[in-house]
Design a protein around this ligand. Structure first.
Ligand SMILES: Nc1ncnc2c1ncn2[C@@H]1O[C@H](COP(=O)(O)OP(=O)(O)O)[C@@H](O)[C@H]1O
Ligand SMILES: CC(=O)N[C@@H](CCC(=O)OP(=O)(O)O)C(=O)O
Length: 296
């Protein structure tokens, strides 16, 4: 009996959050490192479907960096990175699009549908969702607020986001679909671009004026210089930690995408551990939440 009462209490704890967030948009960035084992993927899908069933509007933006690396390796193409960005030539772009839009996007769409949701897979090409231009080293340094030294060449077919046209997403949401977005962009000349998925998630969240942006990754959140977990981090903290080299690598675009999203009108941004089962539900529907909240 006690166990049953506990179960009821868990549901009741979620009630105020369900009431507050009904009809609101939650953008979830599902990182390549968080898509690890099959049971975790199932739990991710359950969480997304549950959000939808209780009246929220989840929108998923996925990554797939490790999966692209694996495919490049299989095909004997060397993966090259500069300042955390995949240098993308035409051959690499073909593989990036195949893996992100052709494979991962369809897997996530199928997974969510099998759990009772109505997911629709898209890339930034659909409905002119992501208009892009080439990312320059200067623009990348600016968006990370970091001195990257000499602007040593460009990144090839890596995209910077020019505009997000969210009209297709609004239509899908009106019809109760869950959009699943691959971080691929296009320009008016028909070029295809590879875009960092964190940046896409931040810009989509801002364009939708989302209630929340959740970045699922493979760490508990942000660590300080002593390896301690931080539950809240401000722009000033970020600037200080980036300068000291405490925040680096893949965490850099994540925190900046969160800060830009907050500036763009998103209410809350969190970096959470996608390795924790039901990380999304724990963040959205509990008093304590998990991970690191980024505040403007
Ligand atoms: N201060 C920090 N706190 C936590 N993680 C950090 C920090 N600085 C760098 N990182 C690194 O950032 C990584 C997350 O980025 P990334 O691997 O690109 O994730 P994803 O594939 O989910 O986008 C972590 O695994 C960690 O190694
Ligand atoms: C330009 C650039 O670096 N694009 C990324 C896109 C995928 C991504 O961002 O995946 P994660 O979120 O799993 O890291 C890449 O090619 O790996």
């Amino acid at each position: 009996m006690n166990r049953l009462i506990k179960k009821a209490n868990v549901l009741v704890e979620a009630l105020p959050y369900i009431r507050t967030f009904r009809g609101k948009t939650v953008v979830v960035k599902y990182g390549g490192h968080a898509m690890t084992d099959a049971p975790l993927k199932e739990r991710f899908a359950q969480d997304v479907v549950l959000l939808k069933y209780v009246g929220l509007n989840p929108v998923i933006v996925h990554g797939g960096g490790p999966q692209i690396d694996k495919m490049l390796d299989r095909l004997g193409i060397e993966a090259k990175f500069r300042h955390g960005v995949r240098v993308t030539d035409a051959a690499t772009m073909e593989i990036v699009e195949m893996v992100l839009a052709g494979k991962i996007n369809m897997e996530i769409t199928d997974l969510i549908n099998r759990h009772g949701g109505s997911a629709v897979g898209l890339s930034g090409k659909d409905g002119g969702l992501i208009l892009s231009k080439p990312l320059t080293a200067k623009a990348w340094a600016e968006s990370l607020e970091k001195d990257l030294g000499e602007a040593d060449g460009d990144f090839g077919l890596v995209g910077d986001i020019e505009t997000i046209n969210p009209s297709l997403l609004h239509k899908l949401q009106e019809d109760h679909y869950i959009p699943i977005i691959a971080p691929i962009g296009t320009d008016y000349e028909g070029n295809t671009y590879n875009i960092n998925a964190d940046l896409v998630a931040g810009s989509i969240a801002a364009a939708l004026k989302a209630e929340k942006l959740l970045m699922l990754t493979d760490v508990k959140g942000i660590r300080d210089a002593n390896g301690r977990h931080l539950s809240t981090v401000s722009r000033k903290d970020v600037q200080r930690m980036v300068k000291k080299g405490v925040i680096g690598e893949g965490m850099l675009p994540k925190v900046h995408a969160c800060l830009d999203a907050l500036e763009g009108g998103v209410r809350k941004a969190h970096i959470i551990d996608g390795r924790v089962p039901h990380a999304i539900l724990l963040e959205v529907f509990t008093d304590k939440g998990i991970g690191t909240e980024i505040v403007a």
